[in-house]
Design a protein around this ligand. Structure first.
Ligand code: 13P
Length: 252
């Protein structure tokens, strides 16, 4: 039985005061919800990651939005933050390969795979993002693109404990557009099939596959009830504790 994961990706949003207030509000909502049937993750930007992780957060997981590509835990890599440093700040997860990193920083599948390996080696859970562009979907290539990203971005030592997959169609991110539930079901099933080929049936069966892209309180229940959807990766709606938690409550 895969436990659902409700994850917030704050992206490049939040100065100290707002971020700490948002984190605190999420921690309170989580603390007030006894016997949760789902896990909660928030991924603040690097400027506040350490401060957020230093707050008492009981069972809420904290993650970074990226880690450095180099395998080295430290060294002359100006501007980079290693997975070991993220772990040292108190985080337990790291998003890697988000489409905004792939697009704006030209990260290839090989880079994403290396980052996922670095996260895992540092003891973090890697949240590996995949997803097709609008042009790829319109050309009928969505399945092929996503399967290829899974084949190339997921490290060989990925397990259901150290890795989570997030399917985020690029055209659905921040646009208010969402795929049909049939399309989501098809892609998620194909991801699981590809994971089974790569990592074995047992790992594939237990690995969580999140959906991301314009998840809102209004569509959360429908998306979270699709077969093989094991949670959500939420951008815009995670910036308000109320809307983030309303999505979490759709799990129940
Ligand atoms: P939105 O929820 O704002 O569409 O963002 C999704 C996303 O990119 C999460 O990583």
């Amino acid at each position: 039985m895969r436990r659902k994961l409700i994850a917030g990706n704050w992206k490049m949003n939040g100065l100290k005061a707002d971020s700490l207030a948002l984190a605190q509000a999420v921690f309170e909502k989580s603390a007030n919800q006894t016997n949760k049937s789902f896990d909660v993750l928030i991924c603040p930007p690097m400027n506040v990651l350490g401060m957020v992780a230093a707050l008492p957060h009981n069972d809420v997981l904290i993650g970074s939005q990226d880690v450095a590509e180099t395998v080295k835990p430290n060294g002359a890599f100006t501007g980079d933050v290693s997975a070991a440093m993220v772990k040292d700040l108190g985080a337990s997860c790291a998003i890697v390969g988000h489409s905004e990193r792939r697009q704006y920083h030209h990260e290839t599948d090989a880079v994403v795979c290396q980052k996922a390996e670095n996260a895992i080696a540092a003891g973090l859970i890697a949240v590996i993002c995949v997803g097709e562009t609008l042009a790829e979907r319109e050309a009928g290539q969505a399945l092929d693109v996503v399967q290829h990203q899974i084949a190339e971005s997921v490290p060989a030592n990925a397990t259901a404990q150290n890795t989570v997959i997030a399917y985020e169609p690029v055209w659905a991110i921040g646009t208010g557009k969402v795929p049909t539930t049939d399309d989501v079901a098809q892609i998620h099933a194909s991801i699981r099939t590809k994971l089974a080929e790569k990592l074995g049936a047992d790992v594939a069966e237990n690995m969580r596959i999140l959906y991301g892209g314009s998840v809102k309180p209004e569509n959360a229940k429908e998306l979270l009830s699709v077969a093989n959807v094991d949670g959500a990766l939420i951008g815009g709606a995670s910036l308000k504790a109320d809307s983030f938690w309303a999505i979490a409550e759709a799990v129940m």
